[in-house]
Design a protein around this ligand. Structure first.
Ligand SMILES: [Fe+2]
Length: 240
């Protein structure tokens, strides 16, 4: 697996799909993967928007090849990109120290940084705002869904979506890629742990709403657990 291929795809179509486990230096210790997976059901509900998602968040400061985690600045998206919660300063429970200290978590963030470093039109990673979101889409009779729920571009310039876990019977949860909002180019599904989709502003993307099979009753839930790592240029844009 070569970073060059991913970067070429991104610079061409605006998206790339790969699995982190295809990198030889991406090492998974079973205990750490178990710990990571065990966090998702314990996260609190995102009360800022509809969609039945549990959520944790942390920011990353990258200096001198070192990663530091914390809340360094308020988190908000602009209304231009997110009409639903744009302009609202949101705060989410931190990703726990225990997770932040694992080799696995650091490998994920570091690999994404290594890829972003190779993208031509991005400033040095040290100058970017980096965020990590943990999401559990908690799908039941009432669907779980992303916000915005249809084709969009994110505020962030480069967004990595890493699959951690997904219920086999989950209905929906396909990723959609579109060059123009009226023409769908690709529909894909992440199935394996650390399947990854990365997008930039060259394409629109969406995730289809998630639900359970019809025969389920209201006590049954299925999930899709995602780590989102986002990289954003600082441009002093107005948050109206
Ligand atoms: Fe998005």
């Amino acid at each position: 697996m070569e970073i060059n291929h991913i970067v070429q795809d991104l610079q061409g179509t605006g998206h790339a799909k790969f699995n982190l486990q295809n990198f030889e230096d991406f090492i998974i210790q079973d205990e750490e993967l178990k710990l990571l997976k065990s966090r998702f059901p314990e996260m609190p509900l995102d009360t800022y928007s509809e969609g039945n998602r549990l959520r944790n968040y942390i920011q990353v400061a990258y200096q001198n090849d070192t990663l530091r985690y914390g809340k360094f600045e308020p988190y908000q998206q602009t209304k231009r990109y997110n009409p639903v919660t744009g302009g609202v300063v949101r705060d989410y429970q931190n990703i726990s120290e225990e997770i932040l200290n694992t080799r696995l978590f650091n490998e994920i963030v570091q690999k994404d940084i290594d890829i972003v470093k190779n993208i031509d039109d991005m400033p040095p990673v040290e100058e970017l705002m980096i965020g990590v979101h943990f999401f559990r889409y908690n799908a039941g009779k009432e669907p779980a869904y992303s916000s915005p729920s249809w084709l969009h571009k994110d505020d962030e310039d480069v967004v990595f979506m890493h699959l951690v876990d997904v219920s086999a019977d989950l209905v929906g949860g396909e990723s959609i890629i579109a060059k123009h909002p009226k023409k769908i180019d690709r529909v894909l599904r992440m199935r394996k742990t650390f399947d990854t989709l990365v997008v930039n502003h060259r394409c629109f993307h969406a995730v289809t709403p998630m639900s359970v099979p019809e025969e389920y009753d209201e006590r049954n839930f299925l999930h899709r657990d995602i780590i989102l790592v986002t990289f954003q240029k600082r441009k002093g844009e107005d948050f109206e």
